[in-house]
Design a protein around this ligand. Structure first.
Ligand code: M6R
Length: 609
């Protein structure tokens, strides 16, 4: 995530940029900065915290200039700090740049640049871009950016200005959003529409590979160095709608951002063509540890705990490491057997959940190796653990976790495959197939999202129900739990998730014609067993809503309603199957008139015991 705003014109850019950044704070808010060209010099102010703090810093030391760029950060590489905040400058402070995205080959580029005496001040991947622009700069900023984008690999939206070519602002994008706002004798760049909506309604959406040469009276867009025609669109959104990207709620927006969340969590870490994963440098797990570890304890709360339950299936099936999963508030008080041969893995979106932190501390004091999967760079959990694998989902605003869960699962799959390779516990051929299946997940999730209208129609039939049962088996048992949790937290309908085989040991007594039962019945090694469970429900007049693969006739005949999902390998099915359940919960909740982004009694981050 991260938010970018830039201005070029006759007015002072500072108030426009600050105002725009404030409206982009939903994209990230751990640090912020601004740079302008003032009297032929670059003036830059940066700091940690929200835009309000940046504003105070500018008040204390005013800056002014009619060309400027600003940034609000959601850290991916390097903790939130002043040094890591954007804009970043070249060695001579001639060029200054803001970036949103992830540069995959930054280590390689940084090594080359350091050899030719470039001095780095931050831990970010971004800084290599500005030094590469500097290396390529021969008086023409546009040409320098053209050369730079040929060298960088990854996702980027960038805004660049230079005091040596000061009548233009250059913008470039690939796999990260960036728009150009077209004004009267002034132009803008922004990550998203709300930033510039009060100033102009005319917008150019840059496309992948586009580089825009923006001057106060003109915008020229290039792709592969050739001028291309990009339409100017008129935006009719109101500012609040714009913040949510046109979606009614953040939760819906975040559900639809899941293909991107998976892709961003993959980025620079998985290479399907070479059957290779690469994040050793990031994780810094001591050599040999993966082979010597005798047991993994996963600790987490809520949705993150459900991700952990999927992790257990993965680690035991493929990396062949015994794994236990604990709810953090139980783990911390139950005297688990911990020593230097155990690894404790905490899964926490926020990295601030009190019970999860207490479990981590207990693990550390017992000599276990600690690893965190978190979405927030520099969070307490990541600071206190031996190592962290970040999910790159961007800020999750909705209280009900959706894209963060998908990010956590993605991180668990990455670890599993990496450790299976290191331990040689899965054949090379299988690893290759698994990597390819995983690579296709964003596309498969997109297919599910396209079917959202049908899910709404089913929700319309059930949103008055008082109770729900969710059944799943094996890899999809945790998904049944997560589906039930989503429904509970936002629709306030009572729902229970159960392993389907356990139904006849109690919950079956609840089933009658008023009890809808959601059954995860996608193709799997336990498919026949699930069919029997559906029969058991139907025999007691229960109403079955099945989640099944496209074209599954038998399931269609046996169920009252079917939500279809694309056919995928069983091992990655949790990543796909959870999505329709999130949508189902979302639609039930809005049909009941609930506040889905801030459900009653809940908080996004539970920092007390
Ligand atoms: O930030 P964390 O992942 O540690 O948060 C854990 C739970 O509080 C969280 O997953 C909660 O269950 C969500 N609201 C569920 O949607």
């Amino acid at each position: 995530m991260c938010g970018i705003v830039g201005y070029i014109g006759d007015s002072d850019s500072v108030p426009v940029i600050i105002d725009g950044l404030k409206r982009l704070e939903y994209r990230g808010y751990d640090s912020a900065g601004i740079a302008v060209i003032e009297n032929d010099e670059i003036r830059r102010i940066r700091g940690t915290g929200k835009i309000a703090q940046l504003e105070l810093a500018i008040k204390a030391s005013p800056i002014k200039g009619s060309v400027g760029i600003g940034h609000t950060r959601w850290a991916t590489h390097g903790k939130p700090s002043e040094e890591n905040a954007h804009p970043h400058t070249s060695c001579n402070d001639d060029i200054v740049l803001v970036h949103n995205g992830i540069i995959e080959n930054y280590v390689e580029l940084k090594n080359q640049l350091v050899k030719s005496n470039h001095k780095f001040d931050s831990e970010t991947d971004t800084e290599v871009i500005v030094h590469t622009v500097e290396k390529n700069f021969k008086g023409d900023l546009l040409e320098a950016v053209f050369c730079t984008i040929d060298e960088i690999v990854g996702a980027y939206a960038v805004g660049v200005i230079s005091k040596l070519d000061k009548t233009r602002m250059i913008a470039a994008r690939k796999d990260a959003p960036l728009i150009v706002g077209v004004g009267e004798s002034e132009n803008y760049i922004a990550s998203d529409i709300p930033a510039i909506l009060p100033y102009t309604k005319k917008v150019i959406y840059l496309e992948d590979g586009d580089v825009a040469d923006i001057r106060k009276n003109s915008v020229t867009v290039y792709n592969k160095r050739k001028i291309v025609n990009r339409m100017v669109h008129i935006v009719r959104w109101d500012p609040i709608q714009a913040e949510k990207g046109g979606y009614k709620h953040f939760m819906l927006k975040e559900i639809f951002e899941q293909p991107q969340a998976v892709q961003d969590t993959f980025r620079g870490r998985i290479y399907p063509e070479q059957s290779r994963l690469s994040f050793d440098e990031e994780l810094k797990i001591p050599e040999g540890l993966v082979k010597s570890i005798q047991k993994i304890y996963i600790v987490a709360c809520g949705t993150s705990y459900h991700a952990g339950l999927v992790g257990k299936f993965l680690f035991e099936n493929y990396a062949k490491i015994p794994c236990e999963v604990d709810i953090a508030s139980e783990f911390r008080y139950r005297n688990p057997i911990l020593n230097s041969k155990t690894m404790v893995m905490a899964i926490t979106q926020s990295g601030e959940t009190a019970d999860t932190l207490a479990s981590l501390r207990l693990a550390k004091s017992s000599g276990s190796y600690t690893l965190v999967i978190s979405n927030v760079v520099g969070s307490t959990a990541s600071r206190e653990s031996d190592s962290t694998l970040y999910t790159h989902c961007g800020p999750e605003v909705g209280v009900a976790s959706t894209k963060a869960f998908i990010g956590q699962l993605t991180a668990l799959y990455l670890l599993t495959l990496d450790w299976a390779i290191k331990k040689n516990s899965v054949s090379k051929e299988s690893v290759k197939n698994m990597i390819f299946s995983l690579w296709d997940v964003p596309m498969k999730i997109n297919e599910v999202l396209k079917g959202s209208k049908k899910i709404l129609e089913i929700a319309k039939k059930f949103f008055h129900s008082k109770d729900f049962l969710y059944l799943g088996r094996n890899f999809n048992y945790p998904i049944a739990l997560e589906g039930a949790l989503k429904l509970k937290e936002i629709s306030y309908i009572h729902a229970e998730g159960y392993p389907a085989g356990e139904m006849k040991h109690g919950p079956i007594a609840l089933i009658d014609e008023n009890m809808p039962v959601v059954v995860i019945a996608t193709k799997s090694s336990v498919y026949e067993k699930i069919l029997s469970n559906i029969e058991e429900v139907k025999a007691r007049l229960g109403v079955v809503i099945s989640l099944a693969n496209v074209g599954e006739r038998i399931i269609e005949q046996k169920s009252d309603f079917v939500i279809t999902v694309p056919d995928v390998d069983e091992f990655i099915s949790p990543l796909v199957n959870v999505v329709p359940l999130q949508l189902f919960a979302y639609y039930c909740a809005i049909l009941r008139g609930n506040d889905v982004d801030q459900p009653r009694n809940l908080a996004k981050s539970v920092t007390v015991e």
